[in-house]
Design a protein around this ligand. Structure first.
Ligand SMILES: Cc1cc2nc3c(=O)[nH]c(=O)nc-3n(C[C@H](O)[C@H](O)[C@H](O)COP(=O)(O)O)c2cc1C
Length: 172
């Protein structure tokens, strides 16, 4: 079964969701990896345990991450040993505090010892604009590709190939 990347995000007005979609587009460009997108309201801890890598996306609320993302991260603490080492990327949106929100998230997820996919992406959104961000979509696609490649590498490291199993058997 292909390794899976899970994008978990919060979005009230669609900005962060659109960023999530662009990151997913990048992940889909790497063969051998699948991607699923889930809002914080629909994801459960088993979905998270079953995934092999993550992207976490949050709007900035009151100069920090959104409350739903903070709740998600709080809940991840109970399964931190199941997510340790897995690749994780972060993206945020905001009208100024998107960088602070990303720093907040990075600091918390550092507790889970992930493989950070850096740099995360902070997108400045402009209220009442149909296309709210100025950022080149290519950067978001690139983040998705980097994350997917890291997931493939980490899967190879964890699971010995058929050949390696053969070598183990021969030596037994
Ligand atoms: C309740 C609320 C509080 C917000 N507080 C901030 C803030 O403190 N700093 C900031 O830069 N943007 C703030 N924003 C703007 C959002 O972060 C920004 O519009 C974001 O792109 C919305 O993402 P979404 O469309 O995915 O919900 C706030 C928005 C809301 C609804």
């Amino acid at each position: 079964m292909c390794p899976k990347v899970l994008i978990i995000y919060d979005s009230n007005t669609g900005n962060t969701e659109r960023i999530a979609q662009a990151v997913a587009k990048g992940i889909k460009q790497i063969s051998g990896v699948t991607v699923a997108m889930k809002r914080t309201e629909t994801v459960n801890l088993q979905d998270i345990i079953d995934a092999d890598g993550y992207a976490i996306g949050s709007p900035s609320h009151f100069s920090i991450m959104s409350g739903k993302i903070l709740t998600l991260l709080t809940n991840l603490y109970s399964i931190r040993d199941k997510i340790a080492g897995k690749p994780m990327a972060v993206f945020t949106t905001g009208t100024g505090a998107q960088v602070i929100a990303l720093e907040n998230i990075d600091r918390i997820i550092g507790v889970f010892n992930p493989t950070f996919i850096k740099p995360g992406i902070c997108v400045e959104t402009i209220p009442d604009r149909a296309n709210p961000w100025e950022l080149d979509e290519a950067q978001l696609i690139n983040l998705g590709k980097k994350l997917a490649k890291a997931v493939l590498i980490s899967e190879k490291r964890c699971k010995p190939s058929k050949n390696e199993h053969g070598i183990l058997r021969d030596n037994a």
